[in-house]
Design a protein around this ligand. Structure first.
Ligand code: NAP
Length: 361
């Protein structure tokens, strides 16, 4: 596979998560013309713990066009491309690569609400990949939701399936890494909270409904409830915390809601008895962890649960306005970006959606 935007916050996480991956190997890395032509170790200002993985440290960064990626990969365009490109350039670049035959899994907002493009949280709406059926060649685009949407959707999905969500209010406290590199200036965020993140509230209010929507007649009918979102940036490095109030049909108790969330077993792992399809390497068996402590979840303590792929939920209690309220935490660059995209890629491979390019699970 190739990684686009490999030098950025999300791209670096992709590189880290793919080091030693059992199914995929990284053969090409792309970023802006500022980075192209330089070795990856030199081009990426590595922000994560540990070293730049040896397997990719010496690769030369290229620009994200089909010819350059094919040359970097030894002559053929890699069949799978994970994109962490800046949204200002992602749209046309990803379309060009899909037209050239690559299956692109994107973190950028550019194609998420395109009616023909699946917007997928693999545990929640894997069936939406059917939007790719009938495409003329092996290429296509799968999108990964906005980082705060993923945590919200994972917490809502089991409740929506069991009782039906009727309304949602969510207020987010979002980490600095969600703003990419170089990020928010220290003098703006230290000792402060910024009650605005451009476009974020609209993404929570629309993407959630597409993901929880029904596949029908070759398209997606959005889920029929309303969401009110308010977003803020806080001085935390990683991990988005969300305060969610949810109205549910059937008026379940907080205890019933907690049981439903804790019991949500991933459809992406093999059977409990070892039978059935093998699990996806990046899928936690239980993607939601319900925490009992009255002061949980907290970004620093809980964002790395399940290697950053587990969403933690706490403070589930009655809501005087809607049915229940709770605090939801997810790691924005792992579950909310690089890890979520990788899980989409694993799902696509297992579903045979790379078979057109000659790659089988
Ligand atoms: P970032 O740190 O700013 O990284 C952006 C990447 O895009 C860099 O590799 C940069 O390369 C590359 N790029 C910029 N302009 C380019 C151009 N003209 N041509 C080719 N490449 C170009 O951003 P990020 O936070 O990683 O986010 C990446 C994408 O994921 C964005 O679309 C963002 O909205 C989305 N996303 C981010 C998060 C998160 O938590 N951070 C979560 C979900 C989704 P250079 O280093 O060479 O400039």
């Amino acid at each position: 596979m190739a990684i686009l935007g490999a030098t950025g916050t999300v791209g670096q996480r992709m590189v880290q998560l793919l080091d030693g991956h059992p199914w995929f190997s990284v053969v090409a890395l792309a970023a802006s013309p500022r980075s192209a032509g330089r070795g990856y170790r030199e081009a990426a200002a590595w922000t994560l713990g540990g070293e730049v993985p040896e397997a990719v440290a010496g690769l030369t960064v290229v620009t994200p066009d089909p010819d350059a990626l094919a040359r970097a990969a030894g002559g053929t365009l890699p069949p799978l491309v994970l994109s962490a490109l800046d949204a200002s350039v992602a749209g046309p670049v990803e379309s060009e690569l899909a037209a050239a035959g690559a299956l692109v899994v994107s973190n950028a907002r550019s194609h998420r609400m395109d009616p023909s493009v699946p917007l997928v949280v693999p545990e929640v709406n894997p069936q939406h990949l059917a939007l790719l059926d009938g495409r003329p060649g092996p290429g296509g685009i799968i999108t990964n939701p906005n980082c705060s949407t993923i945590g919200l959707v994972l917490a809502l999905a089991p409740l929506h399936r069991r009782w039906g969500v009727e309304s949602v209010h969510v207020a987010t406290l979002q980490a600095l890494s969600g703003a990419g590199l170089p990020g928010v200036p220290a003098m703006e965020i230290m000792d402060n909270v910024i009650p605005f993140i451009g476009g974020e509230e609209e993404k929570l209010e629309t993407e959630t409904l597409k993901i929880l929507g029904e596949l029908s007649g070759g398209g997606i009918v959005p889920a029929p409830f309303r969401i009110s979102a308010q977003c803020s940036r806080v001085p935390v490095t990683d991990g988005h915390l969300e305060f969610v109030s949810v109205g549910l049909a059937g008026d379940p108790t907080p205890q019933e809601v907690a049981r439903e969330l804790a019991g949500f077993r991933s459809p992406l792992v093999g059977g409990a008895d070892g039978e059935g399809e093998p699990g996806l390497p990046s899928a936690p068996e239980y993607p939601i962890r319900v925490l009992e402590a009255s002061d949980a979840p907290q970004p620093r303590k809980h964002r790395d649960l399940g290697g950053g792929m587990t969403v933690s939920v706490g403070r589930i209690r009655p809501c005087p306005l809607l049915t229940v309220r709770m605090a939801v935490l997810s790691h924005n660059t792992v579950r909310g970006a690089a890890g979520g995209a990788l899980l989409c890629a694993e799902l696509a491979l297992r579903e045979g959606r790379l078979a057109g390019a000659g790659v089988e699970a």
